[in-house]
Design a binder for this molecule. Sequence first.
Ligand code: NAG
Ligand code: NAG
Ligand code: NAG
Ligand code: NAG
Ligand code: NAG
Ligand code: NAG
Ligand code: NAG
Ligand code: NAG
Ligand code: NAG
Ligand code: NAG
Ligand code: NAG
Length: 868
Amino acid sequence: MLSNLLFFICILISSFIFTSHSYNNKCLRHQETLLIQLRDELIFNSSRSTKLVRWNESGECCKWHGVECDASGYVVSLQLDNETIYGGIGDSSSLFRFKYLQKLNLAYNHFFSDAIPKGIGNFTCLTHLNLSHAGFVGQVPSEISTLTRLASLDISKYYQENFILELPNLEMLVHNLTELRELYLDYVNITSFHERKRWSHIVSSYLPNLTALSLRRCSISGPLARLFWKLHSLSILRLDGANLSTVAVADLFSNFPFLTTLTLRDCSLKGSISSTFANLTELIHVNLESNFLTGSLSSMLFKRLSNLVHLDLSFNSFSGNIPHSLFALPSLLELYLSHNQFNGTFQLDSFQSLPNLTLLYLSGNSLSVDVGNVNSSLKLKELGLGSCNLSNFPDFIKHLDLKYLDLSANRIAGEIPSWVWGTQLWLLKLSFNLLTDFQKPYHIPVSLEYLYLDSNQLRGELQLPIPLESHLMILSLDNNSFSGSIPTSLCKTTHIIFLSLSKNKLSGSTPPCLLKYIQWLDLNQNNINGSIPDIFSLNCNLQYLVLNNNNLEGKIPKSLKSCMSLEVMDVGNNKINDTFPCMLSSSLRILILHSNKFHGEVTCNMTSWTALQILDVSSNNFSGRMESINFSNWRGMMQWSYAQPYEVEVTLIMKGIELELEEIWPYFGSIDFSCNNFIGEIPNAIGDLTSLYHLNLSHNALNGNIPQSFGNLSMLESLDLSRNQLTGPIPTGFGEFTFLEVLNLSYNKLVGVIPKGRQIQTFSAAPFVGNPGLCGFPLNTNCSHTNELSPREHEDVEEKREIEWECVSAALGYVVGFGSILWLLLFCRSFRQKYFGKIEEVVEDIFIARDMRRRRARMASRNRARRH
Ligand SMILES: *[C@@H]1O[C@H](CO)[C@@H](O)[C@H](O)[C@H]1NC(C)=O
Ligand SMILES: *[C@@H]1O[C@H](CO)[C@@H](O)[C@H](O)[C@H]1NC(C)=O
Ligand SMILES: *[C@@H]1O[C@H](CO)[C@@H](O)[C@H](O)[C@H]1NC(C)=O
Ligand SMILES: *[C@@H]1O[C@H](CO)[C@@H](O)[C@H](O)[C@H]1NC(C)=O
Ligand SMILES: *[C@@H]1O[C@H](CO)[C@@H](O)[C@H](O)[C@H]1NC(C)=O
Ligand SMILES: *[C@@H]1O[C@H](CO)[C@@H](O)[C@H](O)[C@H]1NC(C)=O
Ligand SMILES: *[C@@H]1O[C@H](CO)[C@@H](O)[C@H](O)[C@H]1NC(C)=O
Ligand SMILES: *[C@@H]1O[C@H](CO)[C@@H](O)[C@H](O)[C@H]1NC(C)=O
Ligand SMILES: *[C@@H]1O[C@H](CO)[C@@H](O)[C@H](O)[C@H]1NC(C)=O
Ligand SMILES: *[C@@H]1O[C@H](CO)[C@@H](O)[C@H](O)[C@H]1NC(C)=O
Ligand SMILES: *[C@@H]1O[C@H](CO)[C@@H](O)[C@H](O)[C@H]1NC(C)=O
């Protein structure tokens, strides 16, 4: 009864509101008092507030910013978006005493870790509720489902790992919201697996008149319900990240004739863009990025899309020519066609008919771009012409003041012209060209955040004129011929988090200031000397430290202990003289100490490196008993710990291809203890490391038996136990191995019959020689003989010489480099290729985090760029 009465009042009020604006609404005293109370309760930053901060007793309260009243003076709308509110809305808040509220907007505030207040259920007149990007977490309260007059509901959020908004029951939420026309739930976690599949049925059966539906990144999937195709009023449809692999794209284009916004980024769409697309004449914003769409684009498709402003078809497999009708779309501002298979010659001056075009991305196709006579009237701000077969810097760029310029993977030789740096550039990518010098003088703009000059022929002293206020974050100069020392000018900016200088000819020492803020540092293959500065701070963010192949001396810095995110450390092939770095963080996944002067034991009392996947301590002077190494903690090398893939949502750029990964299977373990002075027995626990692909304990002084548990290492592809003092028989489990490609048990004191098995029988005698007590195939020793022969003296001498040779060649072992790991084992080719892939997977996995950050940074800077 009461609720019916309230409905009646709502209707009365809403019939007034259309006319109310022309009235000089009188502020009701009690409403003003309530507003002032609300202002005082809310916690916000008054130096950033533009509305609340100006609410005060002088003046008409219905005219205060963000407030609207109906004809009789009741507050019906509160627009408190973007007010930096971060608290003060409890269930007893004055907010809930505005009984006639129809519109409430709390979007873009900072309620981090507050739940959406249940009091919202009191607003029986509410038609518009906007809580988007407000930082609310926890469950969407069921009270919202009682707001039966709602026409628009927006509770979407950005991706923020730690702030999860859960919707336990979508059907319950919309069941009674029959008036709803707009539903925005981006990034909300629809917790029911069942509903994530049935969403299209739920939405279309309860909300048949929807005009806007946005369910980006809600982990939903197809197929789509038959009723869904009847949502003919849809104008905004955004389903990015949904798995629509079972949906025919033609249906998406033919059933929703009034679409203005269509974004289906990363939806596993297949097939080609059907001719029905041409009928979507209202389209303004289209994003089909990162799908599996194919075919050529007919010019007919775009002829009538005269409202089109934004078109993103990048990261698909479209082929053929770029359609001419695109150049006739007068409103087009942003065009992304990069990373497809478009081919043919493309006349860049076609775009002169689009004077307002601000973004043009053509990189990563098979196009030959003919620059022609582009005049200077273009307003381009972002230009991607990577791998466009250019042999010069296009002249017209001189007249643009770009924010983004990609000319990578062309054939441009000679100097980097000084005009290329512009005044507001934030990304410059000239990688993979034939550039040799910088035209001087030049200056790096303060705005530059990303600079990629890698894989060119740049030479001479490395001297970058980085300005004091520089925003440079990512600097990639690897694979050039820079010489001299690492300039301290790199320290002028506190922003550099990623620095790759690998494969140059740099010498001198590492400037300590460089390490202060760095997250990724790659100095691989230079001539850097001195020691690694011991200056990592308590809030160290280092994740990736690769110093392989230099002349570093001294010790591993003790302060690395504070780097709790360290995942990769490679100091191989240097002259570091230290004990095993037990203090490193448990986040460690790759540790390479190969070929240095490390000594002492490899035992750690405290640390348990549960994430460790690759450990290479080979060719050092480590000693001690093998049994004291605690292998049972290395869960990174045990399959069961990763039986479930990580669910991630990341974009990864590898070799010019951007991939969105959702699952990672980090199954790869490798241990190399070879060429040291370890003694004692091989611990049984190694047999638990079931993800081991590679195990090398050769050239030590191990004794005892090979543990029976080795039979569990079913993934093993390479096993080297040669040149030890191992005794006893070869475990029968060796007969079960199926992937083993490299086996070396030579020069031990093994006895008995070589086990039989499919794989082990395919080896030659070489892996078994030097064990006088072994017999049977493939050795020609007959097993009827006893095995009591002792090794001959002269063999020992020969053995010594061979150890040295093998340990030197093993010094080529691992080289971790930026973006790729080279595995230069002197084994057969196919073996090498296989490993290359495996290690790359691990590194990809690690790189993901970086690329996600990069991408976020890219978004952020792009947004920033837009706002300017
Ligand atoms: C309020 O905003 C100003 C300007 O952005 C900022 O300097 C200040 O730290 C903020 N105050 C609080 C308490 O967040
Ligand atoms: C009250 O607000 C008005 C307009 O927003 C402003 O001009 C005036 O200075 C404010 N008065 C006080 C006391 O803050
Ligand atoms: C919610 O408010 C934000 C900020 O004002 C706005 O950008 C967004 O479009 C609104 N959502 C709806 C559905 O109107
Ligand atoms: C919908 O409204 C009806 C009638 O008011 C009520 O009985 C029912 O419980 C509501 N359903 C949900 C899911 O809220
Ligand atoms: C969504 O919620 C479920 C249940 O609480 C949780 O298991 C899952 O990890 C969440 N998914 C994401 C992506 O946060
Ligand atoms: C949807 O719109 C149709 C026609 O405008 C109307 O008859 C119908 O009642 C509406 N449905 C709902 C659930 O509002
Ligand atoms: C999408 O769904 C299809 C069919 O249900 C499934 O085979 C495929 O693995 C899914 N793709 C992704 C990326 O989850
Ligand atoms: C486009 O729409 C017209 C009429 O609205 C229809 O006759 C035609 O078949 C449609 N074309 C396509 C390709 O769907
Ligand atoms: C280009 O932009 C200007 C200014 O915004 C506008 O007046 C003009 O109509 C636009 N031109 C086209 C072809 O859209
Ligand atoms: C472009 O690719 C298509 C196949 O996708 C091929 O038939 C055509 O010859 C190519 N054109 C040029 C100019 O390379
Ligand atoms: C481990 O701890 C014991 C006693 O707590 C100590 O004697 C030993 O030196 C420690 N070993 C290492 C490698 O730190």
